[in-house]
Structures are given as structure tokens and as C-alpha cells.
Write a protein that binds this ligand. Structure first.
Ligand SMILES: [Zn+2]
Length: 410
């Protein structure tokens, strides 16, 4: 009996120190890196532009250990991340007339910050507006900046601004963040419009006419249903995970995943810990996190220097109010489930970097070859992995742009 139990206990003990992350051999990681060097590696949702407005952020500097940063050029180089959708994020306001003007200004400032950053580092970065430009930028050895918007609130005061955003590079537009707005309902709020509002439908039509993809992440299931019904083109989820694994309104159920795939769409699997697992975070912990962030100037007002203090503060909160933290294996479980439901042609990666994403064992973009190693271990082909890392979303982008061109030519 003892002889039979000992190896089990021993193997459990050996597994403990690394229980949170799959182990890859040096050869597996080397093969993953070699593969990524040949293909395009894009992320569907990068909150990095929030840092572009911080005076002491330098994208050429490695900000490892800073709680405000998971993406910079040194770590993109290390993780072979070619680029992705850099988002114009605006927190949901109270929707008063004054707030809608403030949201408009916040969106335009963030757009300006993206352009200013790319211009200041034009030897390393370039804005892509079409799939062909994405390929050309990669071929030139630069990093690809696609522009997206998270929460359409900056467009509510004057929706006609969308054509200006399009001219400035916007190619992916989400409806809401965590609260409802004048365009539709968020998944994490009480229904107000039961899907898209009339203004939301008009916005989606305007975006489709311009060749801008629609992103359903953060919006409610009813918005998803409206988009499936009204869109003449596929839609995108820029950062969402599976409701079958964790029943959270930010995740999507299998039936809707199948509808997304049937329409030709793509889901970028998210790595935001609180949506991958039930962390069991108490109200006290959330209040402590909030107080810490406010003490350092609020998320928008913080400098990179305060990000170091923020990391220390989070560590202290972890000690005082421990939670079940999502691990890399939890992320792989969501990825595996979604791959099984829709197939590799409809899956992509959108890890919510610089917006709360990243998990234990996979803290920043420098680790991305681990995902490629996992996909190789699962038996996916180079072509399938190239689709997951960028080909699939570029396929949708081409379809949406071709549709707009064809309609304009009628
Ligand atoms: Zn988000």
C-alpha cells in the first residue's frame, strides 16, 4: 500500500512548486519561437495606449515589475508580438451632456496619443489600416499598430465623428464597457435597451458602411443577438472567454460561440483572471484595491513611477486578502474549450494586456511563445496557429472592408 501511495505523494509534491503553469521544454519553446518568427503574431485587445498618455512612459524601455505595464518594445521583441489592436478606452460616464463632451474629448486625446507615440517611434512602429498594410509593416521589420475603440461613449455626443476616427485608422469598434451607454447594454449591467438602442443600430450601420469591424466584448448577450441578426458581415469578440467554464456575464456561451463561427466571426480568448475563474475576491479586497488606486491618483492619473508602488500595494493586499488567482492552465482550459466548440478558424488571442489581463505563470507579452508551444503540443498545424495568431482576424477585416467597398460602389 505504502509502496503504491508513495510515488503519488511524491509526484504531487514535485508538481506543487510549478502547479500553476504547464511546463514546456527548451526545445518546445524554441520551436514555438521559430514558428512565431515565420508568422504574424497579433493581440486583439491592447490597453497600452493608456500608458501613452503617462509622461514617464517610454515604449522603448522594459517596464517589467511595474503594475501599469505589460507591453513595451523590449517585451514585444522577447515574446515575438508583432502588434495588435491598440485600443481607445474610455470608462463609462454618467452620460450627462457635460460627461458626453468629456468622453468625446477623452477619445480624441487617446487617438492623438496613439498617433503621437507611433510618430515618435516611426523606426519601430507603424499604423496599419488594411490587412495588406499589416503584412507590409511586418515585412519592414516594424511593429503593427491597429486602432480599436473600447466603449463607443466618445461617439455619443456626435456619432458623425466616426468617419474622422476611420480616417485616423480606427478599424474595430466595441459598443460598451462595463456600464450601459446610449448605444446599448453592457453584459455587466441591468438591461436598459434589451440589446442595441436605436442609436446603437445606426452606429453599427455607419461603422459597417465605413468598413469598421464590430467588437461585441463587454456588451450584453442581447447585443450579441442583435449584431448576429443585423450585421451583413462577421463580427469579432476582442477579449472574451467561455461561459461553460465560468458563468460570468463577460463570458460567452457555447450556443452563441457556434453562431459567431457560423457567421464567420472570431473570438479572441481573454486572460483577465476575474473572468477565467471565480477568484472569491471579497468586498473588503475590492475596496482596498480601489483605495490604493485612488491614493496613487486614479488609473488615468497615475504616472509610471506610481506603478512600482502600485505593484507593492497589490502584493500587500494579496497577503491581507488572499484570492484564488487564475493561472496559465486556467487560460489554456478556456482556450481549449473554445477551440473545441468553434474550431481553430474562429479563434484568436486577446489577453487584455495593460487592462488587467495576464495570469499566474504568464505575466506579460514576453511569455507569448508559451501559448504557441501549447498549441503545438495540442497538435495544431502551423497554418492553424498562424490563423489563431492573426490570420483569422485579418480574414474578417478583409471581408468587412471588401463589403464596405462593394456597397460604396453600388
Ligand atoms: Zn475590456
Amino acid at each position: 500500500m505504502i509502496r503504491r501511495r508513495l510515488p503519488l505523494l511524491l509526484s504531487l509534491a514535485l508538481a506543487l512548486p510549478s502547479a500553476y503553469a504547464a511546463q514546456f521544454t527548451a526545445a518546445e519553446l524554441e520551436a514555438a519561437r521559430a514558428l512565431q518568427a515565420r508568422i504574424l503574431t497579433l493581440d486583439g485587445h491592447l490597453d497600452t495606449p493608456a500608458n501613452f498618455e503617462r509622461p514617464d512612459f517610454d515604449i522603448r524601455h522594459d517596464h517589467s515589475g511595474n503594475a501599469l505595464s505589460q507591453v513595451d518594445l523590449p517585451r514585444m521583441d522577447a515574446g515575438l508580438l508583432d502588434g495588435g489592436f491598440f485600443t481607445i478606452y474610455t470608462g463609462q460616464s454618467d452620460r450627462s451632456p457635460a460627461s458626453l463632451i468629456a468622453d468625446r474629448d477623452a477619445g480624441l486625446r487617446r487617438l492623438l496619443a496613439i498617433h503621437t507615440t507611433v510618430a515618435a517611434h516611426h523606426d519601430r512602429l507603424a499604423i496599419a489600416r488594411t490587412p495588406a498594410e499589416v503584412a507590409a509593416i511586418k515585412a519592414a521589420g516594424k511593429r503593427v499598430v491597429l486602432i480599436s475603440m473600447e466603449n463607443a461613449s466618445p461617439l455619443q455626443h456626435d456619432p458623425s465623428l466616426l468617419s474622422f476616427y476611420h480616417q485616423a485608422g480606427l478599424r474595430l469598434l466595441s459598443i460598451t464597457h462595463t456600464g450601459n451607454n446610449g448605444f446599448g447594454d453592457a453584459g455587466t449591467a441591468e438591461p436598459e435597451w434589451n440589446g442595441l438602442s436605436p442609436a446603437g443600430r445606426a452606429l453599427v450601420e455607419q461603422a459597417t458602411a465605413l468598413g469598421i469591424m464590430i467588437d461585441q466584448s463587454h456588451a450584453s448577450d442581447a447585443v450579441f443577438d442583435d449584431l448576429i441578426e443585423m450585421l451583413p458581415v462577421p463580427l469579432v469578440l476582442s477579449h472574451s472567454s467561455a461561459k461553460a467554464l465560468y458563468d460570468h456575464p463577460r463570458n460567452i456561451d457555447d450556443a452563441r460561440l457556434r453562431q459567431l463561427a457560423a457567421k464567420g466571426g472570431v473570438i479572441h480568448v481573454n486572460a483577465y483572471g476575474g473572468y477565467l475563474v471565480d477568484t472569491g475576491a471579497s468586498a473588503e479586497r475590492k475596496a482596498a484595491e480601489n483605495a490604493l488606486e485612488q491614493r496613487l491618483g486614479g488609473w488615468r492619473g497615475m504616472t509610471m513611477a506610481s506603478g512600482v508602488e502600485l505593484a507593492r500595494g497589490y502584493a500587500a493586499i494579496d497577503a491581507e486578502h488572499p484570492v484564488r488567482k487564475a493561472t496559465e492552465d486556467d487560460f489554456f482550459a478556456h482556450l481549449e474549450h473554445i477551440l473545441k466548440v468553434v474550431g481553430p478558424e474562429h479563434v484568436a488571442i486577446g489577453m487584455d494586456w495593460d487592462g488587467g489581463g495576464g495570469v499566474e505563470g504568464h505575466p506579460d507579452v514576453s511569455q507569448l511563445p508559451r501559448i504557441t508551444a501549447w498549441l503545438l503540443r495540442q497538435g495544431y498545424s502551423e497554418q492553424q496557429i498562424a490563423g489563431i495568431w492573426g490570420g483569422n482576424v485579418l480574414r474578417v477585416m478583409a471581408q468587412v472592408q471588401d463589403y464596405a467597398k462593394a456597397q460604396a460602389g453600388k
